[in-house]
Design a binder for this molecule. Structure first.
Ligand SMILES: NC(=O)C1=CN([C@@H]2O[C@H](COP(=O)(O)OP(=O)(O)OC[C@H]3O[C@@H](n4cnc5c(N)ncnc54)[C@H](OP(=O)(O)O)[C@@H]3O)[C@@H](O)[C@H]2O)C=CC1
Ligand SMILES: C[C@H]1O[C@H](OP(=O)(O)OP(=O)(O)OC[C@H]2O[C@@H](n3cnc4c(=O)[nH]c(N)nc43)[C@H](O)[C@@H]2O)[C@@H](O)[C@@H](O)C1=O
Length: 392
């Protein structure tokens, strides 16, 4: 509310109209009317804005609404019970499979898992009856339409549509059927193309997105906002983690639709196997990317489920970035390809740099463990055993 103290400092309408009527070549009455219109409209807007600000955690995280609604701001979290039923959505993907490994390592035995063909998460009625029947206690949402720069750029309708459907169905049904806590996973592409580096969580919605993946990014931003909205309105414990570029076992090694790291691993491997002289790499090689091994991400996801219950999403990165050229040289070395690199500049570079600011997660007590070099060697071994040998 505008205080009466502030109001008294304003000149009276008569003073204003008298002072400006000559200057503006208007009659005293015209200036007086104009002033009153501006004054009324400004004070109404201020009142509306101040009333919104006093209720909104975006403007005022310590507002009374936030204080009385325990879920809207950060609250104490408790560890997941080892016997609790946990639904890991997308358990056969890169992230979901790593989360299942991590949970099993930690002694969680009551996991509920469904393949895409057993449960299509884009079907609202199927998701609804799954939750009604299974009644999981915790949900980790790692099912999504995912792909690299080419896939994102080529299938924008799928990337926005499928992701909005999956996350809306799962988040809403999880809430409706009494799930205790849900973790939603977004991606570093939610941030503006030219965000400050390293990118803090607060950079969300501060500038235009990278065009090659804006459709996917908009869906992911909607997921974060949906979790926040359910926290505010329903005091429900939905949290969001934003992973950087990931890699590891069970990645997608498709030649066009995958992310850069698995794409290059496959291309270098096939070039080596075929004694090729050169390998084509997309773009200029100058973009910077931060890579995190998926086992580190899985560890962070379980950590967040156990220890974090906050309104704001949390970045999950490695803190280490390389240029695409450096990455290509590293993958080439790990695979043992001896030929040369050729750059295809007709392909998009995407965002020039996206290094996450990981200080929030670090301050909670989590840090990554796997170096890029070790992670690459381990992933290549996995690729040889699980993709190459299975084809033969
Ligand atoms: N990979 C990366 O570099 C990054 C990933 N992330 C996020 O992590 C999460 C997981 O990604 P990732 O593991 O890489 O993706 P994957 O493509 O490896 O796995 C996605 C999983 O979701 C399942 N899925 C897709 N659509 C449906 C559907 N309609 N119904 C049921 N299941 C479905 C897939 O099953 P199926 O294969 O059978 O279709 C698959 O198991 C996503 O939210 C993604 O945004 C964030 C940052 C980086
Ligand atoms: C995780 C994140 O991943 C996507 O964003 P991205 O980081 O741009 O993803 P990318 O791994 O596909 O490319 C990284 C860089 O690498 C270059 N590059 C070289 N050669 C190949 C190549 O052969 N394949 C691919 N894919 N890229 C190549 C490529 O030109 C680009 O400069 C989002 O769409 C979205 O999915 C998302 O959130």
């Amino acid at each position: 509310m505008l205080s009466s103290k502030n109001k008294k400092k304003w000149p009276t309408p008569t003073q204003i109209a008298g002072g400006y009527s000559d200057l503006l070549h208007l009659t005293f009455a015209e200036v007086y009317k104009l002033y009153l219109q501006i004054y009324v409209s400004c004070s109404l807007t201020s009142k509306k804005l101040l009333s919104y600000k006093s209720k909104s955690p975006f403007f005022n995280p310590s507002s009374s609404l936030v204080q009385t609604s325990t879920m809207a701001d950060t609250t104490a979290s408790s560890e997941m019970e080892k016997s609790a039923k946990i639904f890991v959505a997308g358990h056969r993907g890169l992230v979901g499979s790593a989360i299942v490994r991590k949970l099993q390592d930690q002694g969680f035995k009551n996991l509920v898992l469904r393949t895409h063909s057993e449960l299509d998460l884009t079907s609202q009625s199927d998701v609804e009856s799954f939750f009604a029947t299974e009644k999981p206690v915790y949900v980790i949402l790692a099912a999504a339409k995912v792909g690299g720069i080419h896939a994102n750029n080529t299938y924008p309708a799928d990337f926005i549509g499928v992701n909005l459907q999956i996350q809306t169905n799962v988040i809403h049904s999880a809430y409706t059927h009494g799930v205790k806590k849900l973790l939603f996973l977004g991606s570093s592409c939610i941030y503006p193309k030219f965000a400050p580096q390293p990118i803090p969580e607060s950079a969300l919605l501060t500038g235009p997105l990278e065009p090659t993946n804006e459709w996917y990014a908009i869906a992911k931003i909607a997921g974060i906002k949906m979790c926040q909205a359910y926290r505010i309105q329903h005091q429900w414990d939905a949290i969001s983690g934003m992973p950087t570029n990931l890699y590891g076992p069970n990645d997608n090694f498709h030649p066009e639709n995958s992310h850069v790291l698995p794409a290059l691993m496959r291309r270098f491997h096939e070039a080596k196997a075929n004694n090729a002289d050169e390998v084509v790499v997309w773009g200029s090689g100058s973009p910077l990317r931060e890579f995190l091994h998926v086992d580190d991400l899985a560890d962070a996801c379980v950590f967040l489920m156990d220890r974090y219950s906050g309104f704001e999403h949390v970045n999950v990165g490695s803190g280490v970035e390389v240029t695409i050229k450096e990455l290509a040289e590293l993958v080439k070395e790990v695979v043992g390809f001896k030929g040369k690199l050729v750059w295809d500049c007709s392909k998009p570079d995407g965002t020039p740099r996206k290094l996450m600011d990981n200080s929030k997660l670090a301050s909670l007590g989590w840090t990554p463990k796997i170096t890029l070099k070790d992670g690459l060697s381990q992933t290549y071994e996995w690729y040889l055993e699980n993709v190459v040998q299975k084809k033969q």
